[in-house]
Design a binder for this molecule. Sequence first.
Ligand code: PLP
Length: 381
Amino acid sequence: MNHYIYLDNNATSRPSEECIEAVYASMHGGYGNPSSKHLFGDNARQLVNDARKQVAALINATPAEIVFTSGATESNYMAIMAARELNPGRDHVVLSAIEHPSVLALARTLEQQGMRVSLAPVDAHGRVDLTALSALLTEDTALLSLMWANNETGVLQPLEQALGMAHARGILVHSDAVQAVGKVSVDITALPLDLMSFTAHKMHGPMGVGALFVRKGIKLPALFDGHQERRRRGGTENVPGIVGFGVACELAREQLAEEAVTIARLRDRLEQGIVRDVPFASINGAKAPRIPNTTNVAFGTLPAEALLARMEKAGIYASQGAACAAGQVEPSHVLLAMGLSEATALATIRFSLSHETTDEKIDQVLRILPELIGAMAGMAA
Ligand code: PLP
């Protein structure tokens, strides 16, 4: 499969062969309902229990602290919409301005339920402004939700400091760690978050399955009634998906440290080559600590949509900001929050690598991209 170059791993990543095989085997032989009190049920229950251990191990949690969900959108919903119940007597929620749309969309729903929502601003490097955040966190605040790493820029957020400020005021902290888990070390005992969302398909697992970490002692209200997931999410478990998620976590745990070094080296090569060959290109968020696989490149005022279409014809797949916002050519809320102009935001492309990215593929991109851009002369806004 050398004829295409897939650099959109933050949107979704190719399931590993090990994952696909495990999913296949679970559907073939392990099709029982985990709630059934017979051999088939026992087998399926065992598969779910084993996967729960694998998922918990990756973040250094206990299996009982993992709730399986349909993905991070659902995990985010469960955590954030529970703010009032989890921290009674408080009616305020703080989100950062650069959260994923699945989090930001909840602001309206919370407000419809009588909660107040504040958005914490970020600085020019894409990191939440801690002074501004501190001013927003009050004794009325029930929950702070701050992502671990941004999906568009890859910028890591100052979670440790934010968590310290929040906990000192009795505020619970949730993090959307979708773009961090499997890419950098995430240890829930070193950074004692109360709730954390992550998802399988960003780490070479299947789509439609994710998890919410819920710290022991936190009484999360049920999303759906039912005895499954310790009464926190009723409904028959997605056994094949959960099995695939377990395998993805196991592989990430074994390979993450080594892969991160290689991926960061390739990402840096890509960035340096682009900046060298395209004089008007610049990297958004480059001065902040970032996850190793992501670069967010502004190509002056060249329309990113047109460049992406040409890249696709040449077999290079990347994206403009968040995939979830694809189809609409609105400038990224993340880049606008960082103070970039609409024109720059619309000229920006996200490249996100994986362990499948090679030096040869980066060479190819560095050869093709300047040619495509050269041929677009005169298209800059
Ligand atoms: N949060 C972040 C930061 C993401 O990048 C995504 C996916 O794009 C999500 C949440 C949603 O995850 P899922 O596709 O599992 O619902």
